[in-house]
Ligand binder design. Structure first.
Ligand SMILES: Nc1nc2c(ncn2[C@@H]2O[C@H](COP(=O)(O)OP(=O)(O)OP(=O)(O)O)[C@@H](O)[C@H]2O)c(=O)[nH]1
Ligand SMILES: [Mg+2]
Length: 330
């Protein structure tokens, strides 16, 4: 039904999406990911119309090194939540284009339960582009999912600096996953990530790894003690669990809800979200303002030469900026 209406029929899309129609949700995401001018206008109208229906989900960001078990964790936690009657959306921010068709498939097999769960919706990262662009689309997608009735949004990202910040900036709770074993892993405890973490969870605490996982957790706990916590009402806990056996997965969720309760009570949730909204606005505006730089064909053709001239010291950076601004009509 939804597929017969044009993408720009915002009224229709809004109704179908609010009714929880998955096809409508997918189509709405296609609309917000589109670069066409008419699509962009329709997308802006759609997000404005849906605004009042957004914001009700628990938004959780999940990061960790490749292979730490992010997908397995999302499958375990997500299934636990859908089992409780919740609707779970899984999104990703991966601007590295690492996720080719093949690894999306691999992800789906790592999330085998959720992939076949009518209460779950899995959407891979938007196609590679600038991080700002990818993050903006993911944020908008998150809002669409909320309007479609998803009450938990899990946003996965790879363990690289800028995308972690982007995901922490769009979620209420930032979960950092670690592997058992000390030494190497402590190096992974990069200061930037720890400052973002609302919880550190050591995965794969099963079988032979159990003791090493506990030892790693103790070390992280000690390391965290010397850092100033991000919030006055929350000291990030360090826990161990196994996404494979499911041991400790329920505890992850208990912590997330506990954090939420405190953030609501202290007013920090409202504050964090408000700050995020303003940041999004500026980030999107920046993206928009930069767009002519990427799309203006004459400028695109001229830029390599300008760069060479600047690099060789024949053209002053100031003069180059003037030249580019002229070409853009600024
Ligand atoms: N023993 C054990 N293995 C696990 C656990 N969780 C995940 N694994 C295994 O670790 C490997 C990587 O898991 P993924 O869930 O794909 O990890 P990921 O972090 O999503 O990996 P990328 O998406 O490639 O960054 C798989 O072989 C999993 O079966 C766990 O709790 N215990
Ligand atoms: Mg994965």
């Amino acid at each position: 039904m939804a597929s017969s209406a044009p993408l720009t029929d915002v009224g229709r899309l809004t109704r179908d999406l609010r009714a929880g129609n998955r096809t409508a949700l997918s189509r709405a995401i296609t609309l917000i990911e589109s670069k066409r001018a008419d699509h962009r206008r329709a997308a802006a109208a759609l997000t404005q119309t849906l605004l009042a229906a957004t914001g009700k989900a628990v938004r959780v960001g999940i990061t960790g090194a490749p292979g730490v078990g992010k997908s397995t964790t999302i499958d375990a936690l997500g299934s636990l939540l859908t089992g409780q009657g919740r609707k779970v959306a899984v999104l990703a921010v991966d601007p590295s284009s690492r996720r080719t068709g093949g690894s999306i498939l691999a992800d789906k097999t790592r999330m085998a339960r959720l992939a076949n769960d009518p209460r779950a919706f899995i959407r891979p990262s938007p196609a590679s582009g600038t991080l700002g662009g990818v993050a903006a689309k993911t944020r908008e997608t998150m809002l669409l999912c909320e309007a479609a009735g998803y009450d938990v949004v899990l946003v996965e990202t790879v363990g690289v600096g800028q995308s972690e910040i982007a995901v922490a900036d769009m979620t209420d709770f930032f979960l950092v996953l670690m592997l058992p074993g000390a030494g190497d892993e402590l190096q992974g405890l990069k200061k930037g990530v720890v400052e973002l973490a609302d919880m550190i969870a050591v995965n794969k605490a099963d079988g032979d790894n159990l003791r090493r996982a506990k030892a790693a957790a103790a070390e992280y706990r000690a390391a965290l003690h010397i850092l100033a916590p991000r919030s006055p009402s929350w000291s990030p806990p360090v826990v161990t669990y196994s996404a494979l056996t499911g041991d400790g997965v329920a505890e992850l969720w208990t912590q997330i809800l506990d954090h939420r309760e405190r953030m609501i009570a202290s007013g920090e949730l409202t504050e964090r979200r408000g700050d995020q909204q303003v940041k999004w606005m500026w980030a999107m505006l920046e993206e928009r303002l930069f767009e002519p730089l990427r799309s203006d064909k004459t400028l695109k053709a001229a830029l390599p030469k300008i760069e060479t001239e600047v690099s060789a010291g024949r053209l002053a950076p100031t003069a180059a900026v003037e030249k580019i601004a002229d070409m853009l009509g600024l």
